[in-house]
Design a binder for this molecule. Structure first.
Ligand code: MSP
Length: 514
């Protein structure tokens, strides 16, 4: 079965922020993990380029919307490259192929009798690109997310007959596995239980959108168009953007990973649109939490936005990925704290893992002719680190499959801690001074190096760069199509040359605020 996963398609109203970087890194870890277990993965990301928000941003910059979108889309693409994101498809909703797909999809929905004309009145937030059903203040209401005035709308729109899908959507959101994590399910169930209302899918006052084929002056509502970007991306394999090809290309998506604020669009509106078009719904929607900084919401007005480009330049990918994946339970909200970030990176990666490798490899080189020490059968089977490593592999594989990046990281770290503990307990540096201890010391150093190799391999989906450096230092290389087999104990060959050790992880020394 192909494994198709997506990030949201990010609005190009502004440069990438930490929120989009967070989702993309998490998806990258997941995509890498799935590929390593032998699955055929299509990892989709991209940008959402239409709508009033983007139109206004471009106007404020006195740029054409297209020029504006081109520039910001390039920024996204370049940034993901610099972060080493292993994406397979990058979709732009201003792509001509996307327009063809949207028209075809709309045709299907219309043929199902699910498009009707109606009058849309209500309060709209341009920042969210969403009608707010229940503004707290009816006179001068504000968006609670953007803290900006809502705008009153009263216009003739085309509506999608969501109300017809009440029972099917209820069944879907009641499924055990559809909405993850489970803590987010109830909110969606409550929303559906209130009764689904038709939603408008066209606008008459927004020129920066895809034209609705049979309704002059109407453009598609940005969310109707954006969600379809997932399909355009999947069909972008050199063939035609034709819905009939979708299932052969890997649809339905195995998982949409999104932030909790856009769960309703993905778990309710989107599946109903797909049902109407006669297409299968995604297997799962995962709504992760929001990041704050030092306990505060990040925002331009507060001047505390953490720029992913600065983070990357000053700290590197491994440090940032480790912090985001290891410290925050994926699904929950998380807080970026600079001191904690520095401490975790230095303690876990530079000290626990980096020093473990460095000192073990130095000892082995010194006493065993710059090579992996010889070992007896005991080091193969009964060594306590062999047992610990096997348990770690099982738990990491299980955690990663369920997007448990935090528990996977902790388990890997724990194996490195055990290996360090073993070194301290057995003290090869003093035993080597006693006669007749060479065989035992060889076994112990072999076992520690082997545990370190497994640490390096297990880090491959989470911190691919550090993983490469660790393995290179052991004279070992990741075989991408054989990862699970490589994780078996005993993969390091005694006698293999150990290169001169260099620190695999620089300590973070940050001066001032990021
Ligand atoms: N364009 C829509 C998605 C369309 S998908 C077909 C959109 N774009 S967005 O750029 O505004 O948001 C992208 C993602 O960033 C969302 O999943 C949102 O939850 C996430 N985040 C925005 N701020 C965030 C944090 N502070 N923390 C974590 N994620 C956050 O919505």
């Amino acid at each position: 079965m192909p494994y198709t996963l997506t990030t949201p398609l990010y609005y190009v109203n502004d440069r990438p922020h930490l929120g989009s970087t967070y989702t993309t890194i998490a998806c990258d870890a997941l995509a890498r993990y799935r590929r390593l277990t032998g699955e055929a993965v299509t990892f989709i990301t991209g940008v959402d380029e239409h709508g009033q928000k983007i139109q206004r941003t471009a106007e404020a910059k006195q740029q054409s919307p297209q020029d504006h979108c081109d520039a910001i889309s390039d920024t996204y693409r370049e940034l993901w490259k610099r972060w080493g994101i292993s994406l397979d498809r990058f979709v732009r909703t201003t792509d001509k192929r996307h327009l063809r797909l949207v028209e075809q999809f709309y045709g299907r929905v219309k043929d199902s009798g699910d498009v009707v004309s109606g009058r849309q009145t209500g309060w709209y937030c341009v920042g969210c690109e969403e009608f707010k059903d229940d503004p707290s203040d009816a006179v001068a209401p504000e968006c609670s997310i953007h803290r900006k005035p809502l705008e009153w709308r009263d216009e003739e729109n085309l509506f999608f007959r969501l109300s017809r899908y009440q029972t099917q959507i209820e069944d879907l959101v009641n499924r055990e596995d559809f909405i993850q994590p489970t803590s987010r399910r109830q909110e969606v169930r409550n929303f559906v239980a209130q009764g689904l209302r038709d939603f408008s899918i066209s606008r008459v006052n927004v020129s920066w959108g895809l034209p609705v084929p049979d309704h002059q002056g109407h453009t598609f509502y940005v969310w109707f168009d954006a969600l379809l970007g997932y399909l355009t991306a999947l069909l972008d394999d050199g063939g035609e953007p034709d819905l009939d090809r979708l299932e052969a290309c890997g649809w339905p998506a195995s998982i949409h990973v999104i932030g909790k604020d856009i769960l309703r669009f993905h778990a309710v509106y989107w599946p109903a649109m797909l049902m109407s078009a006669g297409l299968p719904v995604p297997d799962q929607v995962f709504g992760h939490g929001f990041l704050t900084r030092e306990g505060q919401k990040m925002g331009k007005s507060l001047g505390n936005v953490l720029n992913p480009e600065t983070l990357l330049e000053r700290c590197g990918t491994d440090a940032v990925r480790w912090y985001l994946l290891r410290d925050i339970q994926f699904g929950d909200d998380g807080d970026f704290q600079q001191q904690r970030f520095v401490d975790l990176v230095n303690n876990d990666l530079a000290n626990t893992i980096g020093n473990l490798l460095n000192r073990t490899s130095s000892m082995a080189r010194k006493w065993f002719a710059e090579a992996v020490p010889p070992h007896t059968a005991a080091a193969e089977t009964d060594h306590p680190l062999a047992l610990a490593a096997a348990a770690t592999v099982t738990s990491v594989v299980e955690s990663m499959a369920g997007l448990g990046f935090k528990s996977a990281s902790e388990a890997i770290l724990q194996l490195a801690i055990s290996a360090n503990g073993h070194l301290n307990d057995t003290a090869p540096w003093s035993r080597m001074k006693q006669p007749g201890q060479e065989v035992e010391v060889g076994d112990d150093l072999y076992a520690v190096l082997e545990a370190t190799r497994i640490v390096g391999l297990l880090l491959a989906p989470l911190l691919p760069d550090l993983s490469d450096r660790i393995l290179a230092q052991l004279g070992h290389a990741l075989k991408e199509d054989d990862w699970l087999a490589q994780l078996s104990w005993g993969g390091l060959a005694s006698g293999a040359h150990l290169p001169q050790p260099t620190p695999v992880m620089q300590r973070l020394e940050l001066e001032g605020e990021l």
